[in-house]
Design a protein around this ligand. Structure first.
Ligand code: ATP
Ligand code: MG
Length: 573
């Protein structure tokens, strides 16, 4: 239990700091951590909750290897799709392998070889196993690391209706898991991204340090990842005089000198107008092709939507060299007129009238531009990020945006992997049919960190009973007082007999040090054995509320059990 007094400089967020300070884990390399005994106890408890709920849902546990042959990922196309995120290696015979980043292909391969008949379906298999992803930006400790344990489950069904049932089972199991972990979470619609398939949801723990943005509607409870949330275009037809009813399309494009005016902010000052009178044009590299994407000046382009539309593997902003070549101008003056690459515009841009764009000429912008009249977009799509105050795509009320930590993700995969790997079964009529699949993941250590994000104070972690490394910590105040040590040992033995997980701090340290450490490691109940031990009285302190009271030694086990029953009973077990 090597606790630290100092806050480690590398750790920016509470859970990362506390996991290091409480001696739960240590860093070995960027995004690579070892769990120490105290941390591993909680880790295993979360694993066990996940296991119990998977078993309850009828899933069967197995375990795959971590080193996986390339061929299955080549067959699905993901050998390429994963790009540099995949850890790759060659064996002595120069054959390609990877360290498994996720196992859709491998489960599909196993099931394909073992299951022949419709009678064996549906089937849900899962494992709790180490995954490897060479993340671009490992950060926040075990929240985003490069080696991490995931529970991944895969369902195999005869048809879409079957998939719906399996998916619902996993959805409900996830709710029970995160309820039991004591988390405040919401389920949001998510992008299926490179996984393919027809639908997916993420389990988001509400937290300001979360990396995901969630759009939420109070009125109809619609919730979606901003990557996915559909945007209702807001018409804006202001002309240069600020007249909202304007529609003066008879005006023609004019070239205006705008020396050193590049950003939307600079343009607003220069033209003395609002950001929604500009359309920005960004040049992207999509695999080996360049494209232009346009949105209103005050909007953010949603790269997930753009990527899904283009169906490309890699998408990134073009570098300045490429921008200069394509626009024949310095960066900051790109516009749609005269570009000879595809131009994808947001639906709002189509509605804009007489707006300002870059002129593809250094130091110039064009005013009075209108879509169709002045340039022809390749496609008009929903291309922007939803923002605070936007209208809910379901009910039209106003949505708000908040941050979340994605702890779990469930997907309807459909037949993407079963088709690629020819995972088929024979139906009642002896007809060969492709299995319909789902995939379901939970990050164990990320869940652990999320529990700490939601459960801590300035003194340390506040574990819920379900995942606390121990339920009770007994602190003999003076280790050289024999009565105190005896009473402490006695309480310890009593608790252990009742199946309560107790820890006794028998270090020869000052009481202040022991109390501080007990608070830091977040054990829910602390029993202080001090001077009154001679009268058979000890103190019971609740970590969560700070409530402290005296209690008779012989009442300790019953009182601890009562408290635990009360706290754990309120969870959705
Ligand atoms: P993210 O968007 O955060 O990168 P993902 O969509 O790549 O996550 P999935 O492939 O759906 O994640 O993985 C399932 C679960 O595994 C996630 O919900 C998360 O709990 C966990 N997970 C994913 N990547 C990491 C990571 N780098 N470190 C720790 N846990 C992770
Ligand atoms: Mg990821």
């Amino acid at each position: 239990m090597p606790t630290l007094r100092e806050v480690p400089a590398e750790a920016e967020i509470a859970s990362h700091q506390l996991m290091l300070r409480a001696g739960l884990m240590r860093k070995l390399a960027s995004g690579i951590y070892a769990f120490l005994p105290l941390g591993y106890r909680t880790f295993r408890k979360i694993e066990q909750i996940v296991r119990e709920e998977m078993d309850r849902a009828g899933a069967l546990e197995l375990v795959m290897s971590s080193i996986l042959p390339a061929e299955y990922y080549i067959a699905s196309g993901r050998w390429e799709v994963f790009g540099p995120e995949m850890f790759r290696l060659k064996d002595r015979n120069k054959r390609d392998f990877c360290l498994g980043p996720t196992h859709e292909e491998i489960f599909t391969e196993i099931v394909k070889n073992e299951i022949r008949s419709y009678r064996a379906l549906p089937l849900i298999l899962y494992q709790i196993q180490t995954k490897f992803r060479d993340e671009i930006r490992p950060r926040f400790g075990v929240m985003r690391c490069r080696e991490f344990v995931m529970k991944d489950a895969y369902s195999f069904d005869r048809d879409e209706e079957g998939l719906d049932v399996s998916y619902r089972k996993m959805h409900d199991a996830y709710c029970r898991i995160f309820d039991r972990c004591g988390l405040d979470y919401i389920v949001v619609e998510a992008d299926s991204g490179s996984m393919g398939g027809s639908g997916s949801e993420e389990f988001m723990v509400k937290s300001d340090i979360g990396e995901a943005d969630i759009a939420y509607c109070e009125k109809c409870r619609y919730a979606a990842n901003v990557e996915k949330a559909e945007c209702i275009p807001v018409p804006c037809c202001m002309d240069s005089e600020g007249d909202a009813s304007a529609g003066r399309e008879d005006v023609s494009v004019e070239r205006v000198a705008t020396p050193n005016v590049r950003t939307i902010e600079e343009l607003m000052v220069f033209f003395n107008s609002r950001p929604d009178q500009f359309a920005k044009t960004l040049i992207y590299r999509a695999d080996d092709k360049y494209i232009a994407a346009m949105a209103r000046g005050d909007r953010e382009i949603n790269e997930t939507k753009l990527k899904n539309f283009l169906g490309c593997i890699e998408l990134e902003l073009a570098d300045s060299e490429a921008v200069k070549k394509i626009t024949r101008a310095e960066v900051g003056f790109a516009g749609p007129i005269g570009l000879d690459i595809d131009i994808i515009i947001d639906r709002e841009v189509e509605m804009m009238k007489n707006f300002v764009v870059g002129a593809n000429e250094t130091g110039y912008h064009l005013i009075n531009v209108n879509v169709y009249k002045d340039f022809k977009p390749t496609a008009v799509i929903d291309l922007r990020n939803i923002t605070d105050g936007d209208r809910c795509p379901r009910c039209g009320a106003s949505v708000s945006i908040s941050k979340g930590i994605e702890v779990g993700h469930i997907f309807k995969l459909g037949t993407k992997y079963s088709r690629a790997l020819n995972c088929v079964y024979l139906d009642e009529n002896g007809q060969e049919r492709v299995m319909v699949m789902g995939s379901y993941g939970i990050g164990i250590a990320r869940t652990m960190a999320a529990i700490i994000e939601q459960g801590h104070d300035e003194n340390g972690i506040i574990w819920p009973f379900e995942v606390a490394p121990y339920h009770v910590i007994i602190v003999p105040v003076n280790q050289s007082n024999e009565v105190q040590v005896d009473v402490a040992e006695n309480i310890y033995a009593q608790l252990m007999k009742e199946g309560i997980e107790a820890l006794i701090d028998d270090r020869d340290e000052r009481p202040g040090v022991k109390f501080k450490d007990a608070d830091l490691i977040g054990i829910p109940i602390r029993i202080n054995v001090g001077r009154k031990a001679e009268e058979g009285i000890v103190e019971l302190k609740m970590r969560s509320s700070g409530e402290l009271r005296e209690i008779k030694v012989e009442d300790v086990p019953a009182e601890v059990m009562r408290i635990m029953g009360e706290c754990m009973g309120t969870r959705g077990k």
